[in-house]
Ligand binder design. Structure first.
Ligand code: 13P
Length: 254
């Protein structure tokens, strides 16, 4: 975290929430944001697509940002079941997550496709939150930096800037497991990612671009993680489903 990059606390609800509990969660987060006064961090929630309109209404005027969890590469067309970045924008979204490891694994998404989705997000005026991260086998094989370097090179499209792009480093083996890399390991990968970003977008944009850590971030470990020099917030799964825990992560980042 540095004073020049505003901390972003982003919640990825994944495939969780129906109308009543989704609205209750969003309302609780919005209430905390409103009563929190002027906080030194941005807060974003990414509900499943089915809840975006309801969550939009629940958080309106609170300053909480809204994101989708995926988008198609196109604007519109014969793509049954898909959602375009333009559609997310039309619903009031500010951002969209692309390239989450669950999509890379479950839907065979390549870095090339992720870059095209990020480009589509940019075209629609959305912030692309581009996820990267190594598997446990890759880490054990000593390939962590290689894998993340290749994912930065392949997933960050031309035209990416610090304003329209956020990177989320999520070690796959840390997601939902309660395990995290050590703080030194996290800082090492984040600094490396920033250096690789500089090759793609230039040193100034890379220096200003936010790089979030994701993977078992909780109120108890958020302070130390977000205090790391090149960690600019968190992409939070499980703990974002509880408004108190999610807010506590924001508070811990101060
Ligand atoms: P957890 O916080 O549940 O480990 O999930 C992290 C994640 O995948 C956010 O995108």
């Amino acid at each position: 975290m540095t004073a020049t990059r505003r901390t972003l606390i982003a919640g990825n609800w994944k495939m969780n929430g129906k109308s009543a509990d989704g609205v209750a969660l969003a309302t609780a987060v919005a209430e905390k944001m409103k009563s929190g006064g002027s906080v030194p961090f941005d807060m974003l929630v990414s509900p499943p697509f089915t809840l975006i309109s309801k969550v939009y209404d629940a958080i309106k005027g609170s300053g909480v940002l809204l994101g989708g969890q995926d988008c198609h590469t196109g604007v519109s067309g014969a793509n049954t079941g898909d959602i375009s970045a333009e559609m997310l924008k039309d619903l009031g979204c500010d951002a969209v997550i692309v390239g989450h490891s669950e999509r890379r694994t479950d839907h065979n998404e390549s870095s090339e496709l992720v870059a095209a989705k990020a480009s589509a997000a940019h075209g629609a005026g959305l912030i692309a939150i581009i996820c990267i991260g190594e598997t446990e086998a890759e880490r054990d094989a000593g390939k962590t930096l290689d894998v993340n370097g290749a994912q930065v090179a392949g997933s960050v499209p031309a035209g990416s800037t610090a304003k329209n792009t956020v990177i989320a480093y999520e070690p796959v083996w840390a997601i939902g497991t309660g395990r995290t890399p050590t703080n030194d390991e996290v800082q090492e990968v984040h600094a490396f990612i920033r250096a690789e970003l500089a090759k793609k977008v230039g040193a100034d944009e890379a220096g200003a671009m936010r790089i979030l850590y994701g993977g078992s971030m909780k109120p108890g470990n958020a302070k130390d993680l977000i205090a790391l020099k090149d960690v600019d917030g968190g992409l939070i799964g499980g703990a974002s489903l509880n408004a108190d825990d999610f807010w506590a992560i924001g508070e811990a980042s101060k």
